[in-house]
Design a protein around this ligand. Structure first.
Ligand SMILES: [Zn+2]
Length: 415
């Protein structure tokens, strides 16, 4: 499924459905799958012969041969040995070549950036990370991405022309269609900045941008839960946000603001002010910075989410209690989301999820108590399995799914 092209593909299906429904009009002949559709089949990594491809697609052998040749010439597939012979010369099998192109992926946080070069299966070939504040502005931060992206290409021995594109996650709301940040609260200078235009001037290939929690949800879903159609990924760090995978694709909402759960009010936090201007927001009572501030007020010095993780590992009772309560607060908001969206997996990620099981236990406690039995039947609530690379893997997958969408592969091969 192509996340970015989903609408187009849905629209195509609907058009075909309408044609089928229109009784007075002769049905249009089915459009034969192109080379891009053949590639989509082969992306599962299983080698197939021309005869197998013809039988799966219903295409004539000569058409399959033509399309296999186009994919071979484009370097997107390669021969993978011979299948068992049924008499005569054994037929050649073909397989997707994930090394055909590379993708640059950037996960830009408030104070930390991670950059990776991957192949077309999302496998990391080279990566780097640095302490870099997002409030230094787009020119400096994106300049760093381009400069170190070129260094990663050199390190992996790949030419810039082999770059399919760059995927970028930003720590704020993003208008996905234009790749611009929209009123990001912690990113001065970024509002409306043309990220694809800037990166496109420095590196070849397409540029796709989303918010950091969405790309983490995509990365976690792709790497660990690809069979699950409905997943929520909750990032608990300096702030709190949620990435929604609905029916296998990112759900962004009308303006890209879906999943911004950090500013939903929790009942017991009524008089706690939040950086958004309201009070009682989930983020103001349960984020890493909120817990750090509450602990400091109790005489236990902590300056942010990472200090809270350290203190939790040391086993201090007030810290563990605070994490358990934060988990319950997050669970309160998530319980409503469980009833609304009926996910099968909830993943708790972000730096605070590394502080042990107390946060997760609090989340589970409230969700199972507060959500409807049908919605929690078969629901798993787990810690992130991919960890700190979830963001870059998700940013890479965003570019790969976009670039390998059948119609783009057909266009690419057509030159
Ligand atoms: Zn708020």
């Amino acid at each position: 499924m192509c996340f970015t092209c989903r609408v187009t593909e849905d629209a195509l299906t609907k058009t075909q459905d309408r044609r089928r429904d229109a009784g007075s009009v002769a049905p249009a002949p089915p459009v034969p799958p192109g080379a891009g559709t053949l590639l989509r089949l082969l992306r599962d990594g299983r080698p197939r012969t021309r005869a197998e491809l013809a039988s799966v697609t219903g295409l004539a052998r000569s058409t399959v041969t033509q399309r296999v040749d186009a994919l071979l010439a484009g370097g997107l597939i390669g021969p993978a040995g011979e299948a068992a012979s049924t008499g005569g010369r054994p037929p050649t099998t073909f397989v997707f070549d994930p090394g055909a192109r590379v993708v640059l992926a950037a996960d830009l946080g408030a104070t930390y950036a991670r950059l990776a070069l991957t192949d077309l299966s999302g496998q990391v070939l080279a990566d780097t990370a640095a302490d870099i504040e997002i409030d230094r502005g787009p020119t400096e931060v994106l300049g760093w991405v381009a400069e170190h992206g070129r260094a990663l290409l050199a390190e992996a021995g790949r030419a810039p022309e082999e770059l399919m594109g760059t995927g970028i996650g930003l720590p704020g709301p993003v208008e996905h269609d234009t790749g611009r940040a929209v009123n990001p609260p912690i990113m001065p200078g970024w509002d409306g900045f043309d990220v694809p235009g800037f990166i496109g001037g420095l590196l070849p290939g397409s540029v796709l941008v989303d918010n950091d929690v969405n790309i983490m949800a995509v990365g976690e879903h792709f790497a660990r839960w690809s069979d699950a159609r409905h997943l929520l990924f909750v990032k608990v760090a300096t702030g709190i946000g949620c990435g929604i995978i609905a029916d296998g694709a990112v759900y962004r909402g009308a303006k890209g603001a879906a999943g911004d759960m950090g500013h939903i009010q929790v009942p017991h936090g009524a008089d706690v002010p939040c950086r958004c201007g309201n009070s009682g927001c989930l983020e103001a009572v349960a984020s890493g910075s909120a817990i750090a501030a509450a602990l400091t007020a109790q005489g236990i010095e902590a300056h942010g989410a990472l200090d809270v993780v350290e203190l939790a590992r040391a086993g201090g009772l007030p810290v563990l209690r605070a994490l358990r309560q934060a988990g319950r607060d997050i669970g309160e908001v998530l319980a409503a989301s469980v009833n609304m969206l009926n996910p099968s997996i909830i993943v708790i990620g972000g730096s605070l999820s590394q502080a042990g099981d107390h946060l997760l236990a609090g989340v589970r406690e409230v969700i199972y108590q507060r959500s409807l039995p049908l919605a929690t039947e078969g629901l798993s609530i787990v810690s992130s399995q991919v960890g700190e690379r979830a963001g870059v893997i998700g940013a890479a997958v965003m570019v790969i799914e976009h670039g390998l969408a059948p119609q783009r592969v057909d266009a690419l091969l057509a030159g």
